[in-house]
Design a protein. Structure first.
Length: 118
């Protein structure tokens, strides 16, 4: 299978094709993607290009890589309006920190209310 010629980079075309397979239902949540080597061979690209496509899919939240097991399709996160959003590991860490700070605020409020401090 050759990638369609696009104005973008080949890794973008490969990633877009994988997303299209997800949207068509050819790839479903928890399905395993072919290995990077298999993707490179199938799409006629270098291993580096296939790896970059998988990395892009992961950073966009479409797949997750489990060391020693492979890369798997994930449910695409959506925002309150139902639009897809990417939750990168960095963003996840930021959200965890925000939740921890909010938990501290809640604990402080509980202590003040329970302790009679006003």
């Amino acid at each position: 299978m050759q990638l369609p010629r696009t104005a973008g980079h080949p890794y973008q075309a490969l990633a877009a094709d994988v997303v299209a397979q997800m949207e068509r239902g050819s790839l479903n949540v928890d399905d395993q993607l072919p290995s990077v080597r298999e993707l490179a061979k199938t799409y006629g690209v270098t291993i580096a290009t296939a790896q970059r496509a998988v990395s892009q899919l992961a950073s966009d939240g479409y797949v997750r890589t489990v060391p020693g097991l492979g890369t798997f399709v994930t449910a695409k996160p959506v925002d309150a309006a139902g639009s897809p959003v990417a939750v990168t590991p960095e963003r996840f860490a930021e959200l965890e920190a925000e939740v921890a700070e909010l938990a501290k605020v809640v604990d402080e409020i509980r202590r003040k209310v329970g302790g009679g401090d006003r």
